[in-house]
Design a protein around this ligand. Structure first.
Ligand code: NAD
Length: 418
């Protein structure tokens, strides 16, 4: 996975004629830490978890990127995600570099006490090389404001000072920001709308249909804001199942039902038993073959791959999960005329929200949700505008245009004082 990102950087770097010695520096992370986190489990025994933090590049500002708790976490994946963070922050012009972290764990198997000790244990290992001016972690898959609150508290306990901006994605009551929770999904819809307008993608803009894979933080808010904006979300999915609702889902009712039943798949009609009307369960294969206008992978990486790429009918694919398309799926779908919105643009609303949280923490003045969301929208509309302009001028794909601009901005930042 990391090699694929290295290749993307190399290809873009060569295309934009980047200084080769600077380009070479982007092909390896600045630092890659791998460590053991011992936790006193409820059974009285110590269990050791494996943790990672990779700091890819900080030319534009402090390293920045989330921490993931998942059994699939490994060094290759964390390096890949840290490189994508550098490119994302550069593309949308934030004063941040790129980093990522993770722990190999299924957090659902831990008690609340064990989860807190693991979160604090992670900080005990990394506190020396993170901080508001060095590296600012955030939530990612299976980490949430509560976990980030424990991490922030542990950091402040060790360093013996209040540092509101050491972490982002914290609880509102503990230095978090209004709007951060919905920022990524909200931003994805802003990007989609702006692209549809700028590239004039649909003749009839009424009831553009959307399928969303993943109904966690990103998938839910994407679906919610999409419906608020007049799109029709006809299919959603979580790790336990996929549903299709021809009339379009009600995102809030679906979320409430998922909370109660444990999965969106339990929410619609099974035989004659219906909690929400008109829907049906479908398979993953059927999901990726749906005749929809927009497909939104918002779960984990490599969701769109050799096994399903040939069935995809959607005109636009909005990569809300980082690296949701494998390289061969990306090449295949691009050559078949699909518009792929790469994660470094599509999901960048999240890190823009984090940036605003960091700014608020440093100034000690907190903004309204409206101000945060308006700020995210402004930055994203601007990013879509210069990316679309570059794309039309250069005759490249949207993905190539995003990577070229990200690499260009980075090199420009480094060269500006040399
Ligand atoms: P989350 O843990 O809140 O939700 C993940 C969702 O994906 C869950 O609903 C889960 O059931 C579902 N899922 C997992 N495996 C699945 C499968 N095989 N089929 C269908 N659904 C499946 O995570 P999140 O915060 O929503 O993040 C989702 C993705 O977006 C991740 O790749 C993450 O890196 C990326 N991302 C998140 C943010 C953010 O702010 N949260 C920002 C940028 C990128």
């Amino acid at each position: 996975m990391w090699q694929e990102v290295q290749n993307l950087i190399k290809t873009s770097g060569n295309r934009v004629k980047a200084d080769s010695s600077l380009l070479e520096q982007l092909l390896e992370p600045d630092f890659a830490y791998e460590f053991a986190i011992p936790v006193y489990m409820d059974n009285g025994k110590i269990k050791v978890f494996k943790g990672f933090r990779v700091q890819h590049n900080n030319w534009k500002g402090p390293y920045k990127g989330g921490i993931r708790f998942h059994t699939g976490v490994n060094l290759d994946e964390v390096k890949m995600l840290s490189g994508l963070m550098t490119l994302k922050n550069s593309l949308v012009d934030l004063p941040f570099g790129g980093a990522k972290g993770g722990v190999v764990v299924d957090p659902h198997t831990l008690s609340e006490r064990e989860l807190e000790l693991l979160s604090r244990g992670y900080v005990d290992k990394v506190y020396n090389f993170i901080g508001p001016d060095k590296d600012v972690p955030a939530p990612d898959v299976n980490t949430n404001p509560k976990i980030l609150g424990w991490m922030q508290d542990e950091y402040e306990r060790i360093t013996q000072k209040k540092e509101f901006s050491a972490f982002t994605g914290k609880p509102i009551e503990f230095g978090g920001s209004y709007g951060r929770e919905e920022a990524t999904g909200f931003g994805g819809v802003v990007v989609l709308k702006a692209l549809i307008d700028q590239l004039d993608l649909f003749k009839n803009k009424d009831k553009i249909s959307i399928a969303v894979q993943g109904y966690g933080n990103v998938g839910y808010y994407f679906a919610k804001f999409a419906v608020d904006e007049g799109f029709k979300v006809v299919s959603v999915a979580d790790s336990r199942g996929y549903i299709y609702v021809e009339q379009g889902i009600d995102p809030v009712a679906t979320l409430n039902c998922k909370r109660e039943k444990g999965s969106v798949a339990g929410c619609y009609c099974v035989g004659s038993v219906c909690d929400l009307k008109f829907g049906k369960n479908i398979t993953a294969e059927e999901f990726f073959s749906l005749d929809v206008d927009v497909l939104v992978p918002a779960a984990l990486e490599n969701a769109i791959n050799e096994s399903n790429m040939q069935n995809i009918k959607a005109k636009i694919i909005v990569e809300m999960a980082n690296s949701a398309l494998t390289k061969s799926a990306l090449d295949y779908l691009t050559s078949n005329g699909k518009i792929i919105v790469p994660g470094i643009l599509a999901n960048s609303g999240g890190v823009i929200g984090s940036y605003f949280e960091w700014v608020q923490g440093r100034s000690g003045y907190w903004w309204s949700k409206d101000k945060v969301l308006t700020g995210i929208e402004e930055k994203l509309v601007k990013a879509v505008s210069y990316t679309a302009e570059y794309m039309l001028k250069s005759n490249l794909s949207l993905v190539e245009s995003c990577y070229d601009l990200a690499v260009k901005n980075l090199i420009r930042a480094r060269k500006s004082f040399r």
